[in-house]
Design a protein around this ligand. Structure first.
Ligand code: FE2
Ligand code: FE2
Length: 277
């Protein structure tokens, strides 16, 4: 009798252990599948950025910096690790809607006419359309950021003139990162402002262009942001240099490498079927 009870108990311990093992394995498989899906979404997003590069809409280094700056501000705001990652990977998509713009506007280095400016202002909605109805959190973040990165805290932005916290948080964060990068970068109509000057200009825009809470988080992350700014100064100079020589292809390659974090050039001999090794 006693031995039968002990036998039964041993069996149930074995069964529980087996179930536990199976559950652990199933969990690992699920985690792996989730990671694969997430990674492929990130890859799609970056490949869209590469597509934008072909139309010369922006520089790859701007995309890399905006990802870093936005993630640092998001961290400074105390967002969760997943949200910080969403902001990091989605922020380079802010201007993807510019794909609809004609070359006459896209490549215009001078002042736009009023009509051209109105066409330019359509890029947030066009960008949001690209990601509409996606169920992936990263792509949803891309849509929100594309749509709202030109809204201003005081309601004077576009496309909807949203005000204050009506503007989704991701849009408020990337709005700061985008303007800060524009200030510290050279443009046809201005020189690159110093780090200090750009920080104080951003601070002065709190409450007007930007959410004061986001600006506070930006200031809290100032030293880390300075690190990114410093590390990228040389790259920007280098890109300027090769651009001057008119070597478009290697320059594009370098930008793609920057974005995908891939070292070395593509080797056609190593490309097979549907796989880029
Ligand atoms: Fe934009
Ligand atoms: Fe931008």
């Amino acid at each position: 009798m006693v031995s039968r009870i002990i036998g039964k108990r041993d069996m149930s311990i074995k069964t529980t252990r087996k179930y536990r093992e199976e559950l652990k394995e199933a969990n690992l498989r699920l985690k792996k599948a989730y990671k694969e899906v997430r990674d492929s979404h990130i890859q799609i997003v970056f490949r869209l950025a590469v597509m934008a590069e072909y139309r010369d809409m922006t520089t790859g280094s701007h995309l890399v910096r905006i990802a870093d700056y936005s993630a640092m501000i998001a961290q400074g705001m105390g967002l969760s690790k997943t949200e910080v990652q969403n902001v990091r990977y989605a922020s380079p998509m802010h201007d993807i809607g510019k794909i609809i713009l004609p070359d006459s506007i896209l490549k215009n280095k001078g002042k736009l006419t009023d009509d051209e400016r109105e066409v330019m202002k359509r890029h947030p909605i066009a960008g949001a359309e690209i990601f509409r109805d996606s169920r992936s959190p990263i792509m949803q973040a891309c849509g929100v950021i594309a749509l709202t990165h030109h809204e201003r805290y005081d309601g004077s932005g576009y496309p909807y003139g949203l005000k204050g916290k009506e503007i989704p948080l991701y849009g408020r964060i990337v709005g700061v990162a985008d303007v800060f990068d524009a200030l510290t970068s050279k443009r046809p109509y201005k020189k690159a402002y110093s780090f200090e000057r750009s920080v104080s200009m951003v601070t002065a825009m709190a409450g007007r262009n930007f959410d004061p809470d986001v600006v506070k988080a930006f200031v809290r992350s100032e030293e880390r942001i300075r690190g990114v700014w410093e590390a990228n100064r040389d790259i920007e100079d280098f890109l300027d240099g090769v651009g001057g020589l008119g070597e478009a292809v290697p320059r594009l390659d370098l930008k793609i490498q920057l974005m995908l974090g891939r070292a070395g050039r593509y080797n056609p001999r190593k490309m097979s079927g549907g796989k880029l090794r």
